[in-house]
Design a binder for this molecule. Sequence first.
Ligand code: DQA
Length: 143
Amino acid sequence: MLSGPNLNLLGEREPEVYGHHTLADVEAMVRERAERLGVEVRFVQSNHEGVLVDELHRARLDCHAVVLNPGAFAHTSVALRDAIAAIRIPVVEVHLSNVHAREPFRRRMVLAPVVRGQVVGFGAHSYVLGLEAAVHLARGGRG
Ligand code: DQA
């Protein structure tokens, strides 16, 4: 489970947009669901594009799927787009907010063509839904 820039500030960052859950709260919610699904999850948050690229490369070696909240890189990062295209494991993109209902610049989603699917707009629950989608795909379900 990869989280990009500024998501370390969840809970204090624009709570009217992103809610009051901290990233630790989100991780606890995901861990609980992961246990019930019988899967292990590794959590990484970074504010740095290259670290996220490295983590996607690393995931291809020891993970069955990735749930990625790329933060603002969703709208800008060709490097993340290429990293996702380079690996075979499914990547599910998640966003807490409904990016389509916000500023026009957030409607440009450069990762969308290479991820297996997106979950947007359900607050912290987007991560849990993203996990369910990723497990479904990793277990051979259809995307
Ligand atoms: C976000 C949406 C992005 O547009 C924004 O830059 C973020 C958070 C979300 O989870 O809603 O940092 O990825």
